[in-house]
Design a protein around this ligand. Structure first.
Ligand code: TYD
Ligand code: MG
Length: 455
């Protein structure tokens, strides 16, 4: 029998080692930070250095190979990846179970196999028959798409080397294990070791590799969080179960900008791209309702318009409720305090609910003024004119601060037929003629001034 390689548990925050697993690090006192690692790794690195013939290269002589990017022609995916799949890159796609990760990669593999050649889909969760059923539902008839039901890392690498696919997908990384570690598949040690080795394999062969990972609600101990720093690109696929919209978000990308998002809609026949998300997020906007306002959020390179709703109602609780969906709770608390103190709105005995329609999440200060406007609109029971967009950052003194890329946001809103925009005065001053002609721009310097303009 092959002897197991020696392992040791290492605290991830202070580096203390222990031969056994412990819930709490005896040295720094952190909980759940002990992770199993192989001993004697440093010896490998030493020998690689001695044998490797790597010489320093002049930066000017290195070829940038951006033209090698492979475009999948799923526009929303390509954009999030930074313009296509980069050879040798490792991409992690994380998300809740059932959100549509397997569907997304299967649709991607269809494109790969049609446009480029062989593709390999390794599944550790579903049987090939289940994959086939999903493929039929999606109408995937790819000729060069191979499926492998396997969970042993060595077998997966052997199969990939034999087949030499254009793209390798491992669904999911939590099911794969290496026999070099005694711990179970899905444990932090295994997940890290497996992705580390797939990373080395991808760099060596140039084979782009996609890893699928589940995230549990609390951010997952054995989830993909531990490998975010190993891989090149981390994408999160999110959306709530009640809505059909899905958002693919880049949270780390060595080959493109982060904050870029792709929007999809889950349909009977799979994921469909949503080319103009603003239209969809505004589709069911009620006319003349109080507490409803349209805000603009910059997602990567493109602005998206969304409806923000607030409801302010008298509370029976001693601690009135503050509920926020899609916006940051602390941000809303801060803005409510600004409304109380600077505008004199009595929100003390009121429940306040704030929601972004369509399951969108916005964490950009440019929606501050929109939150203020929606809360004020509901509190005063005065609707905001339908064709008005509101944007601006709000400071604690009640001042309205300039936002980034106001021109792009105005252009986008004008395209959808918006006629008026309440925005920071500073942005209006700096704006070029063309944008000024697109719609009526109401520059404001303070929350008070915004209230006057809006109501
Ligand atoms: P799936 O890709 O299996 O999710 P994950 O891999 O992230 O766990 O997709 C799960 C859900 O998507 C499932 O509840 C059914 C739904 N779905 C559709 O609505 N239409 C489709 O064409 C497909 C394939 C799935
Ligand atoms: Mg799946």
């Amino acid at each position: 029998m092959k002897s197991k390689i020696k392992t040791v548990y290492v605290c991830q925050s202070c580096g203390t080692q222990s031969p056994r697993w412990m819930g709490k690090c005896p040295d720094c006192g952190a909980w759940n930070t002990m992770v199993e690692e192989q001993v004697e790794k440093s010896k490998d690195i030493g020998s690689a250095k001695r044998s490797g013939g790597m010489e320093p290269i002049l930066l000017n002589e290195i070829q940038a190979r951006d033209e090698d990017r492979f475009v999948t022609k799923i526009g929303e995916l390509d954009r999030v990846l930074g313009g296509g799949i980069v050879p040798g890159s490792v991409v992690l796609i994380g998300g809740d179970p059932g959100i549509g990760k397997s569907t997304l990669v299967l649709q991607m593999l269809r494109q790969v196999s049609e446009l480029r050649g062989k593709a390999l889909y390794v599944t550790g969760e579903e049987s090939p028959a289940q994959i086939k059923m999903r493929a039929q539902r999606l109408g995937v008839k790819a000729e060069h798409l191979y499926v492998l039901a396997e969970t042993s890392l060595d077998e997966i690498i052997r199969a990939a080397d034999g087949l030499e696919p254009q793209v390798l997908v491992v669904d999911s990384v939590q099911t794969v294990f290496t026999s070099e570690l005694p711990s179970a598949p899905g444990s932090v040690g295994q997940v890290r070791e497996v992705s580390g080795r797939l990373m080395i394999h991808a760099k060596k062969t140039g084979m782009p590799t996609f890893l699928i990972g589940h995230v549990t609600k609390d951010g997952a101990i054995a989830g993909p969080r531990v490998l975010e720093h190993i891989v090149d690109t981390v994408l999160y696929f999110e959306g709530d179960k009640g809505h059909s919209f899905r958002i693919l978000r880049a949270v780390k990308n060595r080959f493109g900008s982060t904050n870029e998002i792709g929007v999809f809609e889950m349909k009977e026949s799979g994921l469909a791209e949503v080319a103009n998300p603003s239209e969809i997020f505004l589709a069911e906007r009620p006319a003349d309702a109080t507490g409803s306002v349209v805000v603009s959020s910059l997602e990567g390179s493109r602005p998206i318009l969304a409806e923000l709703q607030a409801l302010v109602a008298p509370s029976k609780l001693t601690m009135p409720r503050r509920t926020c969906i899609g916006v940051d709770y602390n941000r809303v608390s801060l803005l409510l305090a600004v409304l109380e103190k600077r505008v004199g709105m009595q929100l003390m005995g009121m429940d306040v609910f704030v929601n972004i329609v369509g399951g969108l999440k916005i964490d950009e200060p440019a929606v501050d003024l929109g939150i203020i406007a929606a809360v004020a609109s509901s509190f005063r029971e005065r609707p905001i004119a339908a064709q008005t967009v509101v944007m601006g950052e709000v400071g604690l003194a009640g001042e309205v601060r300039a936002i980034s890329q106001a021109e792009a946001r105005i252009k986008d809103a004008a395209k959808l037929g918006f006629k008026r925009c309440v925005l920071p005065a500073l942005n209006v001053e700096k704006m070029d003629k063309a944008s000024k002609n697109k719609m009526e721009l109401l520059g404001v310097r303070s929350v008070d001034e915004a209230m006057e303009r809006l109501f």
